[in-house]
Design a protein around this ligand. Structure first.
Ligand code: ADP
Length: 459
């Protein structure tokens, strides 16, 4: 596997190699050049002082007597080949003996260092290195790359180069160790994330990664944990929903089964009363299934709203008139108060009717005979506010925060008996929120409840 560790480590190694190599090469180049110039200047000064000494010798001896022997017996501090010509250009001394007696032009000697006595040139001095010739005055030609004259000087440069490469190698080794430690530190949180992802894949949704770094990887780990939490919550709510559905389906099915068994066993007569009971339970099942479909679509964000410009006053009036008969049966009066300047909102008419219906059905269900329900529509808090208030039994404070949860039923199980699925308010909440609105409830035991909806105007 081409892991991140190897990629990062490889990149670091390459950078270290290239930079240390380049540094060593350039240092080597400039040290060599500086050192050679230093040596070359030293050679020139040496040549000049040797020429002066030879001039003194000439003056003392009154000529070039025995110059060859004298030169060879001098304590010369150079390994270079030294040649001396007389004023006519004939080689009269050669530390290598080779060219004695030859013309300087013959062996291509030129530009020697003049040996002067009282202003008169009495000869020339040539210092031959293995690669060229050194002239004794500073204004002369300075060879660009004079090879080493003195063996120990060559050794010196070699040693400098040697230690340069050694230092380079140590630098590479140190960089390698530091690089490895750094790489491991960088990749550790990534490995933690990979292991986290594997745990999630295996279904361990409670697994969280612990990454302390406060950089982008730390942020990624935080996002990873948030994602894991939301997966876990989703899974929990899915399980809860399945359990709730099973529970809710069981009640009407038990009633149906019991009634049918009773009829088969001859305990009950197959009369209208028992058949109506079966019919009511199947109607509840149908209602439950349709509510479940709505809630699951809304909760998964797949509810398709068919938004059109809707006059809410007209819509509420229509729904209220649909339930007037039910209300009248219980001798409940429904008052409709409408005073909005703007009553049109973008809404899905069918869904909106469902919302108002659910609130009205609840209000009628929970309001005793001779009570009243008032439905109000007005412009308030920068939007369209609709409220349904009843003079019913009210909701206990401990139930109040939960009434919008699916399958939540307050203390009395009356709503189920009356055909409630426990999903009505959960659907109201989902639908209202899908329209960009909010819904809330205020209630006082024994006085009544007020369910309010607000659809804010977008401007
Ligand atoms: P259901 O279909 O059982 O009515 P809802 O989601 O519509 O379910 O309501 C949840 C619970 O909230 C109900 O069981 C009931 O106890 C309570 N509730 C809803 N509306 C009212 C109301 N107007 N007055 C008193 N209690 C209410």
């Amino acid at each position: 596997m081409r892991s991140l560790t190897w990629k990062l480590g490889g990149a670091l190694l390459l950078i270290v190699f290239v930079s240390v190599g380049l540094m060593a090469y350039l240092t080597n180049l400039s040290t060599t050049r500086e050192f050679q110039q230093y040596v070359s200047r030293g050679n020139m000064m040496y040549t000049q002082s040797l020429a002066n000494s030879l001039g003194d010798l000439y003056a003392e001896e009154q000529g070039w007597n025995n110059i060859q022997e004298t030169l060879r017996s001098l304590p010369l501090s150079t390994s270079a080949r030294i040649l001396v010509t007389d004023s006519s250009g004939v080689i009269i001394a050669d530390t290598a003996r080779e060219w004695l007696g030859k013309e300087s032009a013959e062996v291509s000697l030129s530009d020697g260092t003049p040996i002067t006595v009282s202003g008169q040139t009495v000869g020339s001095l040539y210092l031959l290195t293995s690669g060229g010739m050194v002239r004794g005055h500073m204004g002369g030609r300075i060879p660009q790359a004079i090879p080493m004259v003195v063996t120990s000087e060559e050794d010196f440069l070699e040693r400098v180069n040697d230690s340069l490469w050694k230092v380079g190698l140590i630098a590479v080794a140190v960089a390698l160790v530091i690089g490895l430690i750094l790489t491991r530190q960088i990749t550790r949180p990534v490995r933690a994330l990979i292991s986290g992802a594997r745990h999630l894949t295996k279904g361990e949704l409670s697994y969280r990664v612990t990454v302390k770094s406060r950089d982008e990887i730390g942020e990624l780990a935080d996002s990873f944990n948030i994602m894991a939490s939301s997966l876990e919550k989703g899974e929990q709510s899915r399980r809860q929903l399945t359990a709730d559905i099973a529970h809710e389906l069981r009640t009407p099915l038990t009633v149906i089964e019991g009634t049918v068994d009773g009829i088969i066993d001859g305990v009950f007569q197959p009369d209208t009363e028992h058949l109506r009971s079966i019919k009511e339970q199947t109607a509840l099942l149908t209602h439950l299934i349709s509510d479940l479909r709505d809630i699951s679509l809304a909760e998964s964000g797949q509810l398709k709203l068919n938004l059109t410009s809707t006059d809410m006053v007209e819509l509420v009036r229509r729904v209220v008139s649909n339930y007037e008969i039910n209300a009248r049966e219980k001798n409940i009066r429904i008052k409709l108060e409408e005073e909005p300047q703007i009553s049109e909102i973008e809404a899905d008419t069918v869904r909106m009717e469902q919302v108002i219906s659910n609130l009205l059905v609840n209000a009628i269900r929970h309001t005793p005979s001779n009570g009243s329900i008032s439905v109000t529509i007005k412009n308030d808090e920068g939007g369209l506010a609709i409220s349904v208030a009843d003079t019913g039994e009210g909701i206990a404070p401990e139930d109040l925060p939960h009434v919008f949860e699916r399958f939540y039923r307050s203390g009395s199980s009356r709503s189920r008996k009356e055909g409630g699925t426990g999903l009505g308010l959960a659907i109201v909440k989902q639908m209202v929120e899908a329209h960009g609105g909010k819904v809330w409830v205020e209630s006082k035991m024994g006085t009544g409840s007020i369910f309010s909806i607000l659809f804010p105007f977008s401007i």
